[in-house]
Design a binder for this molecule. Structure first.
Ligand SMILES: [Zn+2]
Length: 375
């Protein structure tokens, strides 16, 4: 077996390719993975949406009566942050059972694990329902790569989705949605010494912000996810101290649960905040949720029980994933978030993942593939 098919080695190799986003530059990483999968017998498509911004779709097998199983993961990573690292973030150093580097947990270990799992089983999959591997660029800046895949209609079918984001190999049955809004207040500028000649956009935005702080969701809370949340993240307005500002913009981060209807929420907020601001959606990701009783989810729980030492309880992830975008194309198949990275290490200084979890996840993914494709 070539050394690249060792999942720890492969994680190290792709960690060494700097894909900090922005700017991303995921192409070299996508092509390295593409070559491995092509050698294993997969059909490869590269999908570019900018200079060195490349998604990879790899497929194998396929039968008319059962759709493929999808694995997805992103290969961009977040910036290093202001604090100094004690380890080289791009060297793939290991110590005391840990592999260090930016993206070790979020989520190059997860991508390496499913690539190795899939490549290792490829010779058995040609006449099976098959696999669709969706390796995305630009996830960390709002699922950019995944949205390009949607827009350009390059995705095939998927009957179930495994998102290899960091979960310490604990299967999560979903995550909240992200509904990001921009509220714009407009006014009329005038000299700061004559405010009565103008209309102050900041006052309008401030009234809207006050209402947003007091806003309460009316939907019933979700069993596992609880209630939706709303946070005003940024506010900006005005050009200088001695003018009446004619524009102010507020950015609102809403995390939704399956009992929230995004369209109805936008209408409701627009009504409540009118006429001070107008609202527009700048990102619209629905929650991802599969009922724990779902037969496939139960089968994933079966696979994970011996690995975790106990049967998993239904839990949800705190972050959102590309699945929210991909599932628009796949018509919401059952989706599990399951990956070897440590969720609390995502975006941290001295990010690491546990070496033994990488090996465990390859075994788990292969069993999930076997049950979908070969039984
Ligand atoms: Zn991630």
């Amino acid at each position: 077996m070539p050394t690249t098919l060792d999942p720890v080695q492969l994680t190290k190799e792709i960690l060494r390719l700097n894909t900090v986003n922005p700017p991303g530059k995921e192409e070299a990483c996508a092509r390295l993975l593409g070559r491995i999968l092509e050698d294993a017998g997969f059909t490869i498509r590269y999908h570019s949406f900018g200079a060195e911004r490349v998604n990879l779709i790899a497929t194998i097998g396929g039968v008319p009566d059962k759709p493929p199983l999808c694995f997805t993961g992103h290969i961009d990573v977040v910036p290093l942050g202001a604090a100094a690292w004690t380890k080289d973030p791009f060297a793939g150093e290991t110590a005391a059972g840990k592999l260090y580097g930016r993206g070790a947990s979020d989520m190059k270990s997860g991508v390496a694990a499913f690539v190795v799992a899939a490549a290792g089983m490829a010779s058995h999959l040609a006449r099976s329902p098959g696999l669709e591997l969706v390796i995305t660029a630009g996830e960390e800046t709002g699922c950019e790569g995944a949205f390009h895949l949607l827009q350009d209609k390059v995705l095939g079918r998927a009957g179930a989705v495994v998102v290899a984001e960091p979960t310490s190999n604990y299967p999560f049955v979903g995550h909240k949605g992200a509904f990001w809004l921009r509220a714009t207040a407009t006014g009329v500028t005038a000299h700061g010494s004559m405010p009565d000649k103008g209309v102050n956009a900041i006052y309008k935005a401030a009234r809207a912000v006050g209402k947003l702080e007091a806003f309460r969701f009316q939907n019933p809370p979700h069993d596992l996810m609880g209630q939706a949340t709303l946070n005003v993240g940024t506010i900006r307005g005005g050009l200088n101290i001695n003018s009446v500002p004619d524009e102010a913009v507020v950015a609102i981060d809403i995390r939704t649960v399956p009992t929230v209807n995004h369209g109805a929420l936008l209408e409701d907020l627009s009504r409540q905040l009118a006429p001070d601001v107008t609202l527009e959606a700048i990102m619209d990701l629905e929650p991802v949720y599969t009922a724990p009783e779902n037969a496939w989810m139960q089968s994933v729980f079966d696979v994970m029980t011996p690995i975790l030492g106990a049967r998993p309880a239904p839990r949800v992830a705190t972050y959102f994933t590309d699945a929210a975008a991909l599932n628009l194309a796949y018509s919401n198949p059952p989706t599990v978030i399951l990956g070897p990275g440590e969720p609390q290490m995502a975006h941290q200084t001295d990010e690491y993942c546990m070496l033994d979890r990488i090996e465990q996840s390859v075994a788990a993914y292969q069993e999930i593939i076997r049950r979908w494709c070969l039984s």
